[in-house]
Design a protein around this ligand. Structure first.
Ligand code: PRX
Length: 655
């Protein structure tokens, strides 16, 4: 973000007070901040009471060996029971849990909480029959179909640990995740629908399982949902969902697990080439996912229809499609396809048809709708909407105001929610019945959360200044570690401000004159493309693994629609020649196979050299200047200052 944008942001002085009607009946009032500040553990203890525990905890927080936290010690519960069975037992079995909308028109399915209980029980019995049990890992690689939710909850029900891999990742990326957590089962589908055509998933799983086998990890079974009916290759290890789950018993008694029993591992990009398996456990995670979903969206489970447009393959789908909303017993929409198929107004038609009252999406989507113009949403009746949410990247004030005006009819609160895969749940956000929102600001830490902006030395900056975002206290849904790598957990998050004991989020932030927080993007080598987190190093490693590449540097350049876009600078090996459009295409395809379509560079530039300091460090800042077509900044620390001219000249060769 440039200094100019930053100062524009901070001169943003529009304020939107909570609608009086909403404020009068809000789930959470201003008192919550004071209550939580006086006794954070007591505050989270009350939040935990919203769940059903088999055994109550003896102690709320064990922070005796920081940064390894334990919450709700001695407590036992079952996450799937909390998300499904207890609602049925409370007489809500007939309530629709999922209004599922497939991409092909008229392909819809409604599942009540009673249906979900049967499905999850059948799937749990099937997993047990396939030899999966307590503590085993299960990889899930599915499109946005109800079976994805069922599969996750079936794992939770039997104490198996799921790791959901987004369908946009390649076989290679899937294989590395399967290997890292030693998955015993992969659940997938023949394919899914994407822009009107079936797109396959099973072949990637076949390849991934073989790659893992070559690396020494055998996956005994693959469970396959038939979604598109396309032809698939079949192996001895494969079993069909409809031949096993559909015929299994719908009776399964959930067992309670320890509050600290691992619930799932979610892989995310860091600053090295290897994705990190972020481990979340049961009691604290479910407490905070459910409390924040209720508080931040002011959820009225009896009357609201909620829709979060994220994919289940990301943390947002975990916390705000599966665990938060289902623990709260609300009716929600789940949509399989892209926003613009078969036409650009598809989302708005779904909102009108299902009378969605709370809608949660990402700034990148909002910006692309803005580009298309308001005529499209204006064709649908969006009057059911009473609250809007944003997540994944900073929302620029223009997008915020457009969202509020065009989608929210100019009257509903917009909650800009800051959090991460690691935090498990929302930590910084307005409370819709309390906070007067400022477009572009995530405002303040939620009750029970300690957040601050500090300088290099870890000292809180005064209002009006910027620095690093830190979390000053443990919170229930915090990651517990990186799967199999405690040391990396400590190094990545807790060593930067070790002395203060702060969690380093990796985001830059600024406190305005009122002390409200503005997020300014990552301060490390992590990019945010369409709200998806990608690592520059990971893409560089993928490029360098191509035989024609000698060296590569990747930067995230700002992009009007996607927030950031991947721009790669590549030095070819001598034998590869000068490179031409075919080589660029080949490299782009290589990144797709190594990581997946989401990592595909917007531009690949073949260059003769990379700008390096005298100690050999690549100066990405300068490459970003070129990618963003700015005058190149200070080059005095370069070992060879003529290089930037050479690079600017090499710009023509791009995808
Ligand atoms: O840079 C922040 C940005 O997304 C990062 C976390 O990415 P991920 O783990 O993939 O989780 C995304 C969904 C929670 C953060 O470090 N980010 C997330 N929400 C916001 C945000 N940046 C600004 N404003 C937000 N509301």
């Amino acid at each position: 973000m440039t200094d100019e944008t930053l100062s524009n942001l901070l001169h943003e002085n529009r304020r939107f007070a909570p609608p009086p009607e909403l404020a009068a009946h809000a789930n959470v009032t201003a008192d919550a901040y004071a209550e939580a500040a006086a006794d954070p553990e007591g505050f989270w203890e009350r939040a935990a009471e919203r769940l059903t525990w088999e055994r109550r905890w003896d102690r709320v927080l064990d922070w005796d060996q920081p940064p390894f936290a334990k919450w709700f010690l001695g407590g036992t519960l079952n996450a799937a029971y909390n998300c499904v069975d207890r609602h049925v037992e409370n007489g809500l079995g007939d309530r629709v849990a999922l209004h599922w909308v497939g991409e092909p028109a008229d392909d819809t399915r409604d599942l009540t909480y009673a249906d979900l209980k049967d499905e999850v029980s059948r799937a749990a019995n099937t997993l047990l029959a396939l030899g999966v049990g307590d503590g085993d890992r299960v990889a899930i690689y599915l499109p946005m179909i109800p079976e994805a939710v069922v599969a996750m909850l079936a794992c939770a029900r039997i104490g198996a640990i799921h790791t959901v891999v987004f369908g946009g990742f390649s076989a290679e990326a899937l294989a590395s995740r399967i290997e890292d957590c030693e998955a015993k089962l992969v659940i997938t589908a023949d394919g899914g629908y994407r822009r009107g055509a079936p797109s396959s998933l099973k072949p990637a799983v076949d390849d991934a399982v073989e790659i893992a086998a070559r690396a020494g990890h055998e996956v005994p079974h693959v469970l396959v949902v038939r979604r598109t009916g396309q032809d698939v290759a079949w192996h001895e290890r494969d079993v069909w969902w409809h031949e096993t789950v559909d015929t299994a018993s719908a009776t399964h008694t959930p067992q309670a697990f320890d509050a600290e029993h691992p619930l799932f591992v979610m892989y995310t990009s860091g600053t090295t080439g290897r994705p990190k398996g972020i481990l979340h456990t049961t009691g604290g995670y479910l407490t905070q996912a459910s409390w924040t979903h209720w508080a931040v969206f002011d959820l009225k489970a009896d009357t609201d229809v909620y829709w979060c447009s994220a994919d289940i393959g990301w943390i947002t789908g975990h916390s705000y499609i599966v665990y938060g909303p289902l623990a709260n017993g609300v009716t929600q929409v789940m949509y399989e396809g892209t926003p613009d198929f078969p036409e650009r107004g598809r989302w708005w038609q779904i909102i009108a048809e299902k009378k969605v009252s709370i809608f949660y999406t990402a700034p990148t989507a909002i910006r692309s709708f803005m580009k298309q113009g308001r005529e499209i949403p204006d064709r649908s009746d969006l009057s059911s909407i009473r609250l809007l949410g944003s997540v994944g990247e900073p929302i620029n004030p223009e997008a915020y105001v457009w969202y509020r005006d065009v989608i929210g009819g100019g009257k509903v609160p917009v909650v800009d929610t800051w959090w991460q895969t690691e935090t498990g749940a929302i930590l910084i956000s307005p409370l819709p019945g309390v906070t007067s929102g400022k477009p572009g600001s995530a405002m303040t830490a939620l009750p029970g959360i300690g957040a601050d902006v500090v300088d290099d030395a870890g000292t809180p900056v005064p209002n009006g200044s910027g620095g690093y975002l830190v979390l000053t206290r443990p919170w229930p849904s915090m990651l517990r570690t990186i799967w199999g790598d405690d040391e990396r957990y400590v190094d990545t998050y807790w060593s930067r401000f070790k002395e203060q004991g702060y969690y380093f989020a990796g985001d830059g932030a600024k406190k305005d004159e009122d002390g409200d927080i503005w997020l300014l993007g990552r301060v490390d080598d992590v990019m945010n493309v369409s709200g998806h987190r990608l690592s520059t190093t990971e893409i560089e490693s993928a490029l360098v693994s191509h035989p024609k590449v000698a060296e590569a540097a990747v930067v995230g350049a700002s992009d009007e629609t996607t927030g950031q876009a991947v721009v790669a600078y590549v030095i070819l090996r001598e034998e590869a020649g000068d490179g031409g459009p075919e080589v660029v295409q080949e490299l782009s395809a290589h990144v797709r196979t190594q990581i997946g379509p989401i990592a595909k560079p917007r531009q690949i530039m073949i260059v003769p050299e990379l700008p390096k300091t005298r100690s050999g460090k690549i100066m990405r800042r300068l490459l970003r200047d070129v990618a963003e077509q700015r005058a190149v900044g200070d080059v005095t620390t370069l070992a060879d200052s003529a290089i930037m001219e050479l690079i600017a000249a090499g710009k023509a060769q791009s995808t």
